[in-house]
Design a protein around this ligand. Structure first.
Ligand code: UTP
Length: 293
């Protein structure tokens, strides 16, 4: 089985990055010289996706412009013989078919997903939250696809989190069925640590059946008056099994300032042109900090 469509939600306010997100979509903040959202688009392409559906909102035009052609810029680079830059610029506009839908009111992640209903149609699809970045970028979606096929159920990506972090995530109650694979029995959005059914937290990758749209439509606003995807998943759980895949490797939340800094450094350390200098700098400041203590 091949999943052909991926939905990327990018309509949120990005309040944790204010004031820069006042006039700049969070998804367009750079991770090195590419915007955050490009990493999710590349991840979807690596998994064989034909159509990426991006959910945007007011003030997010820069995302559409970024994935479009920029003729003046391209002809200037061509004139100057900047072949490598020209290739990079063209690559961002030729990557894959991208469709856009505006979420006209930010009524929550569940509501954002529902806006993609007609574009997705009657087939399973990936849902990707672009803030979440994975060390094993190419593996997570592929493994989720395999689980979807083998177990005939929806799949969420999960990772173990510390006790004081469970209140930031959707947390699952589970029964383990194989190495790194769990059958979800129940799930709860942002529980207090004493109420959390486990330490396995949902991280922004989902493989969902089209029935999720009906489940969202039946879901009333929950926490913060938003239509929560977790509540719709609980509803769906009554009709269809849901599995969780505990992926290997690091995951970063680029939607917070510390997470964005960490992933920036991790990515820079993989770049041969930047890594030696950055490593030297990190070494210098860490030994200065150590001697100051
Ligand atoms: P977040 O909870 O991270 O919210 O949304 P946010 O607006 O992006 O960032 P903060 O919390 O204000 O700093 C999780 C995902 O759901 C999308 C976001 O774009 C992000 O991908 N989302 C959230 C929507 O598309 N629409 C919404 O109404 C809410």
């Amino acid at each position: 089985m091949r999943i052909k469509k991926a939905v990327i939600t990018a309509a949120g306010w990005g309040t944790r990055f204010l004031p820069v997100t006042k006039s700049q979509p969070k998804e367009m903040l750079p991770l090195l010289n590419k915007p955050i959202i490009q990493y999710s688009v590349e991840e979807a392409i690596a998994c064989g996706i034909d159509l990426v559906v991006i959910i945007t909102s007011m003030g997010k035009r820069a995302i559409e412009d970024y994935f479009d052609h920029h003729f003046e810029l391209e002809s200037m680079l061509e004139r100057k013989g900047e072949t490598r830059l020209l290739e990079e610029v063209r690559r961002s506009s030729n990557m894959v078919d991208i469709g856009y839908i505006r979420q006209k009111e930010q009524l929550g992640l569940g509501h954002a997903v529902l806006t993609a209903k007609n574009m997705v149609g009657n087939e399973p699809f990936f849902l990707m939250l672009p803030d979440d970045l994975f060390e094993n970028r190419e593996l997570v979606l592929k493994e989720m696809m395999r689980i979807y096929e083998n177990y005939q159920g929806s799949v969420v990506a999960v990772k173990r989190v510390a006790e004081d972090e469970v209140n930031r995530y959707g947390i699952i109650e589970y029964k383990q069925v194989a190495d790194r694979i769990f059958k979800v029995i129940d799930l709860v959005e942002k529980p207090r640590s004493e109420d959390a059914p486990s330490d396995l937290a949902i991280m922004g990758r989902y493989l969902l059946p089209p029935e999720i749209f009906g489940a969202i439509q039946e879901t009333s606003p929950g926490r913060n008056g938003e239509i929560q995807l977790t509540d719709a998943l609980r509803r769906l759980l009554k009709q269809r099994p849901l599995y969780a895949y505990e992926f290997e490797g690091e995951r970063w939340d680029a939607g917070t300032l510390p997470g964005w800094l960490e992933v920036t450094i991790a990515l820079a350390l993989q770049e041969p042109e930047i890594a030696p200098r950055l490593r030297k700098y990190l070494h210098k400041i860490s030994s200065e900090t150590a001697s100051a203590v």
